[in-house]
Design a protein around this ligand. Structure first.
Ligand SMILES: C[S@@+](CC[C@H](N)C(=O)[O-])C[C@H]1O[C@@H](n2cnc3c(N)ncnc32)[C@H](O)[C@@H]1O
Length: 250
């Protein structure tokens, strides 16, 4: 099993999560191939449900703003799946809302001195060639809404510090309506944030998964150095201690 680099849970919750995991593994084959997807919600705890509700709040903020969505830091891709589903729910006919996911898929590529302690290069790695598996899964997720024949997501593998330039050059049309920063680290957050700034429009949402987070100070420092904490109005989700966003131009 994967190492958990951050843990804010008490022993009782860890034990409960462990048991739910085992129940899930045991029951999944019994749910039936049509029902499993819905029935697997049985083992969702508050964290999973909060995550979906939070992403829904974020998504609703950008429905009237043109542009694509970029997630920096994808890992297994569960946020990408939810974003594709939310696009189908909130704007089923907007096939210009392409969703781009940037990740090394090999975990943290480096750690800067302005980052916190307790994690190391390679943490949060997925599996070898996981981007291929994730691509297949997301293609299936996209078969449900209207326009399933138009591919509306793309995975960009590599260090986002390097891949962002090519992406900007290859996508001169792309306004970024929603940028989700979840790389956890200072350096890539700062560099990518600086580079995408000119593609934001008034109303674009810049969201961070670890703002005001002692364990991962890098996202806060990056935001401060690029925009200045005094110059942005920040909002936070009541559903999560660190998930926060700014609306560009506000
Ligand atoms: C917390 S995980 C992302 C979780 C994901 N957003 C979700 O909701 O499931 C952080 C990810 O950032 C990625 N990452 C960190 N630094 C990166 C960089 N410089 N370039 C690309 N990906 C990076 C890691 O590989 C890791 O998969």
């Amino acid at each position: 099993m994967k190492k958990n680099i951050v843990n804010f849970k008490n022993n009782q919750s860890i034990e409960a999560l462990d048991k739910l995991y085992n129940h899930n593994i045991e029951l999944l084959p019994h749910f039936g191939n049509l029902g499993w997807n819905k029935h697997s919600l049985l083992c969702h705890n508050i964290t999973s449900t909060s995550r979906i509700l939070y992403l829904n709040e974020l998504y609703k903020l950008i429905v009237n703003t043109p542009g694509v969505i970029c997630e920096f830091g994808v890992q297994w891709g569960s946020t990408l799946t939810q974003l594709i589903n939310l696009r189908s729910i909130h704007e089923p006919f907007n096939h210009s809302r392409t969703i781009y996911g940037f990740d090394t898929f090999e975990g943290f590529p480096s750690i800067h001195e302005k980052d916190g302690k307790g994690y190391e290069v390679g943490d949060l790695a997925t599996l070898n060639n996981y981007e291929e598996k994730l691509n297949s899964i997301l293609e299936l997720i996209e078969t449900f809404p209207p326009n399933p024949h138009i591919k509306k997501f793309e995975l960009i593998k590599g260090n986002a510090i390097n891949t962002i330039d090519n992406w900007l050059e290859a996508n001169p049309h792309a306004i970024i309506s929603l940028a989700i920063f979840d790389m956890d680290l200072y350096e890539p957050t700062k560099i990518v944030l600086s580079k995408i700034k000119s593609r934001l429009t008034k109303g674009s949402v810049i969201a961070f998964d670890e703002l005001n987070c002692k364990t991962f100070p890098g996202e806060t420092t990056a935001l401060d150095e690029v925009f200045g904490l005094n110059c942005v109005k920040l909002y936070r989700s009541p559903l999560h201690p660190f998930c926060s966003w700014a609306i560009f131009g506000e």
